[in-house]
Structures are given as structure tokens and as C-alpha cells.
Design a protein around this ligand. Structure first.
Ligand code: URA
Length: 171
């Protein structure tokens, strides 16, 4: 558990009636300082991604696999993921979202139980059952990845449009 090295926990935030739950990896430095998810550079891009499909942060819910920052932003360790998994599953069961968007490799692997690369699984919707219902899970690129690889924004845009279409009730 990372509670000794973190500054603040970052449980996640958003609308209690959100239809979409975005799941990132773990808080970074900015999030650790402020106790809020996606408030640094990646968060500013996430806000723009949301705006591109007419969503605002207040309309959705944003959480992470880990609720505490790993020192130096290293990848989450398996025991840290397992320690935090029940928190996320409780958030999902309480929110009962129609859509789950996993941002990047780590949350996609954790929730789908696959080890296929993110470029292989992004944009492919899957059913994600939870107690009392199920969501459509769509893996997408992480905004930090898009900052490093702007050419991937084309696929990210396609994935966002898919989410917009499904949210509107289309096929
Ligand atoms: N990256 C994440 O995965 N989560 C955050 O909250 C911020 C950056």
C-alpha cells in the first residue's frame, strides 16, 4: 500500500449520475498534490477529448486503478493493483455506469484480464459485467501517450466518436 509515500489520496470525482466512468492508471505528481484525478498535462488533454464529444468533466466520473501515487510515477505493482481493485469495483457498483473507458494499457489489462497490447485492443467495445448490471467497456489510448505520440490522435478520435455514437444510442 502506498499510503506512506503519497501526499493525498485521489479517490476520483464526478457526477453521481454519470453514464461514463473513465479509469486511468494512477495519480501523478499534480494529482498527488491536489487530491484530484487528471489535473496535470494529461488531464488538460482529457478535458479536450471530452469536449470534442460534447462532454464536460462534471458529466462523467473520473477515477484511477490506484488511489495513491506510486513513487516517481513508476508502474503500479501487482500487489498495489490488488490492494486497490476492491475500491474501483465498489465505485463501479455504486455508479452503475453504461460505459467504462479504460485509459491506456494498465487499466485495460486490469479490467479486461488480457495482456494484449493497447494498440490491439483500443476501440474494441466489450461487455463488462458488474453486480447488478453491465457496462460497455471501451479501451482507449492514455492522454499521456497521445502527448508523446500525437500521430495516435487519429485513432483516439475514432474511439471518442464511437463512444459518442454509443452514448447517443446508435449502433
Ligand atoms: N494519469 C493517470 O493515469 N491518472 C491521473 O489521474 C493522472 C494522470
Amino acid at each position: 500500500c502506498l499510503s506512506r509515500t503519497r501526499t493525498r489520496t485521489v479517490p476520483g470525482e464526478g457526477s453521481p449520475s454519470a453514464e461514463v466512468l473513465f479509469v486511468g492508471e494512477a495519480p501523478g505528481r499534480d494529482e498527488d498534490r491536489r487530491g484530484r484525478p487528471f489535473v496535470g498535462a494529461a488531464g488538460r488533454l482529457l478535458d479536450r477529448m471530452l469536449a470534442a464529444i460534447d462532454l464536460r468533466r462534471e458529466d462523467v466520473f473520473i477515477a484511477n486503478i490506484l488511489k495513491c501515487r506510486p513513487p516517481g510515477n513508476r508502474d503500479p505493482l501487482p500487489d498495489e493493483i490488488e490492494a486497490c481493485r476492491p475500491h474501483l469495483l465498489r465505485q463501479i457498483a455504486a455508479l452503475r455506469p453504461r460505459f467504462l473507458v479504460t485509459l491506456g494499457r494498465v487499466p485495460s489489462h486490469v479490467l479486461l484480464g488480457t495482456t494484449l497490447g493497447i494498440t490491439r485492443i483500443r476501440g474494441i467495445p466489450r461487455e463488462f459485467p458488474y453486480p447488478g448490471g453491465s457496462a460497455v467497456l471501451i479501451p482507449m489510448f492514455h492522454p499521456s501517450y497521445l502527448l508523446r505520440n500525437p500521430a495516435a490522435k487519429r485513432e483516439a478520435w475514432a474511439d471518442l466518436k464511437l463512444l459518442r455514437r454509443l452514448l447517443a444510442g446508435g449502433e
